[in-house]
Write a protein that binds this ligand. Sequence first.
Ligand code: BDP
Length: 708
Amino acid sequence: EDGYEMWLRYHTVADNNRLKEYRGQIKQLVVEGESPTLAAARQELQSGLSGLLGLTVPVQTGLARQGSVVVGTPASSPLIAGLDLGDALQAVGPEGFIIRHTRINKRDALVIAANTDVGALYGSFHFLRLLQTHTSLKDLAIESAPRVHHRVVNHWDNLNRLVERGYAGLSLWEWGNLPQHKSPRYTDYARINASLGINGTVINNVNADPRILSDQFLEKIAALADIFRPYGIRMYLSINYDSPRAFGDLDTADPLDPRVQAWWKARTEKVYSYIPDFGGYLVKADSEGQPGPQGYGRDHADGANMLADALAPFGGVVFWRAFVYDPAIADRFRGAWDEFLPLDGKFRENVILQVKNGPIDFQPREPFSPLFGALPKTNTMMEFQITQEYFGFDKHLAYQGPLFTESLNTDTFAKGEGSTIGKLLEGKVFEYTRTGMAGVINPGTDRNWTGHPFVQSSWYAFGRLAWDHSLSAEAIAEEWIRMTFNNNPAFIDPVLAIMMQSREAGVNYRSPLGLTHLFAQGHHYGPAPWYEKAERADWTAAYYHRAAKDGIGFDRTASGSNAVAQYPEPLAKLYGNLDTVPEELMLWFHHVSWDHRMQSGRTLWDELVHLYYSGVDQVRHMQKEWDKLEGLIDQTRFEQVKALLVIQERDAVIWRDSCVLYFQTWSGKAIPANYEKPAHSLDHYRSLERTFYVPEPWHPASSSRALK
Ligand code: BDP
């Protein structure tokens, strides 16, 4: 066991009663239809069911006996066409599926039916999941359909195969050997995503290399698209806005210049000549040094629409990112809202604005981006981060499910109570014509794809929530544990408890009470709350925490940047008032006296110290709980996680001590006597900033440079 299989692990069902039940009902497999997608379903089911049942489940063409699993669509399968599933199928739409018991020719059968081949594939993966999690098949009646159209993973892979914020080895895409050699990993990658219903992948970094659109690369990308296609996964690319110039064809990239428009039309036609079902472009423009329309005096709508027009004849879309923050503005928090609000209604129908969950940048806890709910006339989708840029890379255990659901379940009040982000993304608050969710994943050449084995769980959670945002983080975690490890309650319960507290632990030892971005500049691994000078103020920690003698926190109320006014009522009032703001978001919106009385009765200073110490305690607890599990799973994964928890505990202490000692220089208050004393001086912790090993040689500030 090395984690390579991820959650697609088909080991024989360990519970004998269940095994008997499954063996009694599943005797053969009938998948009628010849498409590559149905062939993929057939192959997955055959190997999956045979593995789970511990015997060979034969693939048959007819219903010779009791206990068939029948898979297909009314178009592909005469058996399914004969079942009169019309209404049920209509209800699940083009990508959904139904799974139920039926009788065909007087024989019991289980049917997995859909309107399309890919729907049947999704149903097949779901059926396997039921068995993997030991679910009884009695009274099975499932109807399932995805809630958003675009369920997309984003890679931040560079063409030199280094992965920005990726910590699991080199990029999966072997550019030098494509298209001739097609690594078997590409197919497994497609299976992993399709098992969750993910239907799109953007395979390169948003900080895009223009070469991605060259013929040389398109030929390679087409080979990948061919592998992904049967699994229902469309290819998308991140583009560099300056491409017409970078190619040496024009001296401008002005979106209103007809030559630029013609250039993109021609290039886009070229892309479609290689990949006929190409999905579209993802664009990071006028952000962190990336080129964009503003360089030519144009706005984001001009920029996006020009590309949308080039893609429209082929049915392609533009994912236009809202991650913009002009260094000239006084509060980075305000940036995206200020820029995009005036543009609502100006984007083409095939543009979707891709917005990070929070207003800053994937921090351990952020309030929601006020753009959610502010754009009734602009298709808006979510961008979550799965790779742990701000959560301890591939070293810390930090299941992101609770962060995702916290965000999706937040009420924006955009159209009164009940306007949750989940509903908004579905197009049920405003009438968005295109909907979606993107997740930044980090898989690389590491054998287990993600580095830390538990990063897999966040990928899994993202996919499940992209399919259905109403699922709970806890239910998803339990599925994942059962599929990835085993169905033993003695293992499941403690691991579930570890996972469910891991994100909050990460918040506590890094940035509780609404503190944010206390990271060492560049690499974003360890702490540097003391960091106050950079080329941009909004890249320092001091910019965010505003610690001073009189208190700590960023005043975003009317007496400060007034960013809080970007939220609709009642949220603007709720967040804007120190008495009502949820304490976990407090320092996002208020500059608060060290002596402020918290709900616990402690002063703000004491509460801050308390939470930093609880974060470390939580990690120690996680460690203790994990250590008890030896013998319940394979030794390889057990020991890997155990060792990583040692690192996490070490780092949590460094975070806690660095922050507490540094903030103490402002508060002038003591660490209450009942807490263990930091083992070192603040100077010692400051000296660690450049000694962490960080695998990002492209960033001069981030690699380990200290020799002494
Ligand atoms: C930040 C990362 C940076 C990305 C940027 C983005 O630090 O590497 O390029 O976001 O999302 O989180 O564009």
